[in-house]
Design a binder for this molecule. Sequence first.
Ligand SMILES: *[C@@H]1O[C@H](CO)[C@@H](O)[C@H](O)[C@H]1NC(C)=O
Ligand SMILES: *[C@@H]1O[C@H](CO)[C@@H](O)[C@H](O)[C@H]1NC(C)=O
Ligand SMILES: *[C@@H]1O[C@H](CO)[C@@H](O)[C@H](O)[C@H]1NC(C)=O
Length: 381
Amino acid sequence: MFRRNEIAALAILASVCLLLVVFNQKEAPRYPPFDDDRPNVSHITLKDVVKMQQQNNELALRDYPFPTGKSLSDYTPVSGGSPLRTIIVTTWRSGSTFLGDVLNAVPGNYYHYEPLLDYGIVQIRGPPYADSALTNLKNLLNCDYSNMENYLEFGKEHTYLFIHNRRLWNLCEAFPQYCFNSRFLSQLCQVFPFQSMKTVRMRLRLVEELLKDPKLNVKVLLLVRDPRGTLQSRKHRNWCPGAPDCDKPNLVCADMVADYSAAIQLKKLYPDRFRAIRYEDLCADPYGHVHSLFDFFGLYFHPAVRDFLDSHTKQDAGGVSSTHRDTKNAPFRWRTELNFSEIQYIEDSCDQAMKLWGYVRVSDEVQMRELQPLITNYTIQ
Ligand SMILES: *[C@@H]1O[C@H](CO)[C@@H](O)[C@H](O)[C@H]1NC(C)=O
Ligand SMILES: *[C@@H]1O[C@H](CO)[C@@H](O)[C@H](O)[C@H]1NC(C)=O
Ligand SMILES: *[C@@H]1O[C@H](CO)[C@@H](O)[C@H](O)[C@H]1NC(C)=O
């Protein structure tokens, strides 16, 4: 015999489930997170919420073409599976918000968006931060939030840490009591078959530590951008000017040179799990490159990914971190936004980096406006 309040509880649970299905279909996360017309969900347990997300993932992936002989449970840690893990390694203002959201368009993806935000505007190249930063990345990739206090405390004050992980953020909106609970996050993460991560603060050489771990089995993509484009774009971010790792062309380009050496090494050691791409190439042919990146990652080019590209590569709309953009022109805005002496200053600091990555110098003000092409071939060898 059912008791009346059990039935009531089940009814609320069912309506919340529906709510979540609707949430999960929405493209953009909503903010602010709280509104007053929600049902009272304070009695729904953490386990119930995780269970609901698990069911949502099963529903969203019912048609997903897993490789022959494999199914969802082979990929979710909760069932002893091993998720597909992808990491985008890049630096600020290099197009990673766009590429990160492309990956997150895949149903069943859990997105570790810039997990090193709490380190501030610094590049991590070695001591003193490398060890703790790598430990944090490994913890997250293993769905272990038990020693992530700094990260979670930072997230409470800076919700953009979680907003991009929209499947998590939907739950944060519905159940704010669990959002920054490490036990909840650890369990929730484990019901997802795909995990993506992007970081703009860790240089490539250190990432070998993650590639080396056979249990993680990560795929790593280095995303590179013309330093003239990156530095122009950074001029307008209030958090960048004054932070040397961010606004000094010589430091930015020394990192590009170091990343190039690391790329040679990683390509040799992990030819199937490491790749590099230039932002300008991605923008010139987003569909083609995303297709080939998905092959590399072992992900299916899902209709949701096509929809995302359709709606985000055609016209320029939205704010500064918007991923809606005219992808053909976005990379080259520096040509009109910087003056010739600014460009020369960057090029003089970046000679080697630009040669290695195939970016062409301009020699006068006419070329600055008209030289074609601005990029040429590069090889990692
Ligand atoms: C929500 O439900 C809990 C217990 O089920 C109760 O203590 C709380 O007062 C309710 N909150 C509202 C706003 O109704
Ligand atoms: C170029 O731009 C910089 C920064 O906006 C400015 O300080 C400088 O005077 C400009 N130079 C020329 C030649 O216009
Ligand atoms: C770049 O590579 C393509 C294909 O390998 C080749 O056809 C082309 O000539 C190269 N361009 C330059 C500038 O080296």
